[in-house]
Design a protein. Structure first.
Length: 385
């Protein structure tokens, strides 16, 4: 071997050693970073879908990791068909198996009435996407047109409380006995649309004239799968104004891990802002996270995401039009009001029986970036550096 060859071999060996050293440092640093991350479990309301896109974006863009969190997003419904298993967020969080959950405000208030010490910390949807759905061909636009007609009802779901409130909010109020209430499955679409008979070119077997559903789901699926248009009966038209998906945890967890709660909420809100800014990327994040548990239809999720954006933007525009005094806090994503929780309480009075629920203990805005107390030390995460 010549001198030049020996020198080249030495240089090559040195480069390899430097590369190995750098790689080792990189993996050690990454390992150290992983050790510093706090693992938390979040139970979503349903199976993975664009309804929860902001959480997926926060995870995919690394917002949670930047705030020192290793977040596992878990579906509220796992599997499908005969293997489908429900994992209700209230039960999973109250039992301590999960740290955070997402559900409707009615469920949170009912749980408090039963003695479960959970607390709402952010309202992802300022307005509920819940509605009643009728086929456009039936020309049903108002609840009054359903008097004497069969109407689908989910008797075991908190959504029935909104339906009852809608009946009471009609002018004049509609009694429950004036409507033929029919118990239908959670997926009530087949009960509404029936089956198409190609021989007669007609739809048969329609059981009800209207069903409960979500703006983000059933209307989109009916149009896509059955090529049928629908009319929406909005609870707001009957003076029923509720939050939609609401983030919560236990009082104990919030008390013992306030830093984690603040950092999680801040990263989640950041994820939602990004999802609203770039809906296509939000759909990609949804599909990517969901693939561990299920395969999603991209076009369906794209349409759901459009509906989500529309719902949130409509709420923001409406909130910004409300006159405010100088001492009132401007609109902030996730913020909740006592007045709106009072509406939820009126809905749940029948189910709460004699239980007294103090609304000031049911929810808090203190973990939102713009609402935090100035006397409390800043949490150690990027959102507050």
């Amino acid at each position: 071997m010549t001198r030049a060859q020996r020198l080249s071999a030495i240089i090559a060996s040195f480069v390899v050693l430097v590369g190995l050293f750098v790689t080792a440092c990189h993996y050690r640093r990454r390992s150290d970073d992983q050790k510093k991350l706090t693992k938390i479990r979040v139970r979503l309301k349903w199976s993975h879908q664009a309804q929860f896109a902001g959480f997926y974006v926060a995870q995919q863009r690394g917002f949670y990791r930047e705030n020192g969190l290793d977040v596992l997003l878990l579906p509220g419904i796992q599997g499908s068909g005969e293997t489908e298993t429900e994992k209700p967020a209230i039960q999973m969080v109250a039992s301590g198996e999960d740290d955070f959950g997402l559900t409707g405000p009615e469920s949170i208030l009912l749980a408090r009435g039963k003695g479960l010490q959970i607390k709402a910390i952010a309202a992802i949807f300022q307005d509920s996407p819940f509605c009643y759905i009728a086929l456009k061909s039936e020309n049903i636009l108002r609840l009054r047109q359903l008097v004497g007609q069969p109407v689908g009802v989910h008797f075991d779901s908190p959504d029935i409380l909104t339906y009852r409130a809608m009946l009471k909010g009609a002018t004049p109020p509609i009694r429950e006995t004036q409507v033929k209430e029919v118990s239908i499955p959670l997926d009530g679409i087949p009960s509404l649309v029936g089956q198409y008979d190609a021989a007669t070119d007609r739809w048969k077997g329609r059981q009800v004239k209207a069903i409960p559903g979500y703006l983000l789901n059933e209307p989109i699926r009916i149009k896509r799968d059955y090529k049928l248009d629908v009319n929406i009966i909005d609870p707001a038209a009957y003076q029923v104004h509720l939050f939609g998906d609401t983030l919560f945890t236990t009082e104990e967890y919030a008390r013992d891990h306030s830093d984690i709660v603040e950092c999680f909420v801040a990263a989640t809100i950041r994820g939602w802002r990004e999802a609203l800014r770039d809906p296509d990327a939000a759909v990609n994040a949804t599909i990517e996270v969901a693939k561990r548990d299920q395969v999603l239809d991209r076009e369906l999720e794209r349409q759901k995401m459009q509906a989500v954006v529309g719902l949130i933007q409509k709420s923001e525009v409406k909130a910004q039009r409300v006159p405010r005094t100088e001492d009132q806090t401007p609109y902030e994503f996730g913020a909740m009001t006592y007045e709106k929780w009072k509406t939820v309480q009126r809905l749940t009075e029948e189910r709460l029986e004699a239980s007294h629920v103090d609304l000031t203990q049911v929810f808090t805005n203190e973990y939102l970036p713009e609402h935090r107390s100035p006397i409390r030390p800043l949490p150690k995460c990027k959102a507050y550096r």
